[in-house]
Design a protein around this ligand. Sequence first.
Ligand code: OAD
Length: 246
Amino acid sequence: MTEQLLESLRQARHVAVLTGAGVSAESGLPTFRGALTGHWAGHRPEDLATPEAFERNPAMVWDWYRMRREGALRAEPNPAHFALARLEPLVSRFTLITQNVDGLHRRAGNQTVVELHGDITRARCAREGTLVESWVEPPRGGNPPTCADCGAFLRPDVVWFGETLPQRALRQAWAAAYDCDLFLAVGTSNLVEPAATLPWLAAAQGATVVVINTSMEGQRSGAGIHHLTGLASEVLPDLLERGWPG
Ligand code: OAD
């Protein structure tokens, strides 16, 4: 990394960070598009992560999310999560936007997290949307638990294919992309819209964009876009060790 890039990091007034599954990879959680280990390996997304799939086979969908929820709760935040938590109070304006649903940023200590795709550790009423904090798990293969108010099934509080993103979170993410002067895209393939557009929108507004990923395949390059190739759990702590944010 050049001293010039470090200097533009130091001068940033509003830092926006977009994270993806790569940030949690070293906590042992599979990414979405990893060839053999990804969440979708062996599954078709439309069989599991759509409203239609839940309608067709609520027990199967609930079980799949339950397996992932248990994995997320067993996992621990890694040095990438902790570096982002250390960063939050050190910069004058900080927006952490995540596509991850594992809750690890909050557990690492970030106070404000814009969750674009929800949080797998929560559930909500499939009919009315009311959030539910706790529920009794059915036996495996059984139907999902039901809402105490209306009797509809509970569903994971995540965004499925074909659904719109939570509007407030999306507005906050767009606003940050427009306003920030530094945008970090960490551990994301930048393939799934609308999150995928955020770094390039920030770049078009004149922000410095830093892509941190183990592979730069498919990532854009161009004026103001910098690539730091490596593990998020090494690159992020390294930036802090080099005296960023100053
Ligand atoms: P992907 O699985 O598409 O991409 C993970 C990215 O992380 C890849 O670019 C990897 O190269 C990179 N990576 C892997 N390990 C890493 C590490 N240790 N350090 C840094 N980078 C690493 O996951 P997302 O981009 O998060 O949406 O996927 C976006 C969305 O696609 C997900 O939120 C999910 C899925 O459809 C929904 O479920 C709505």
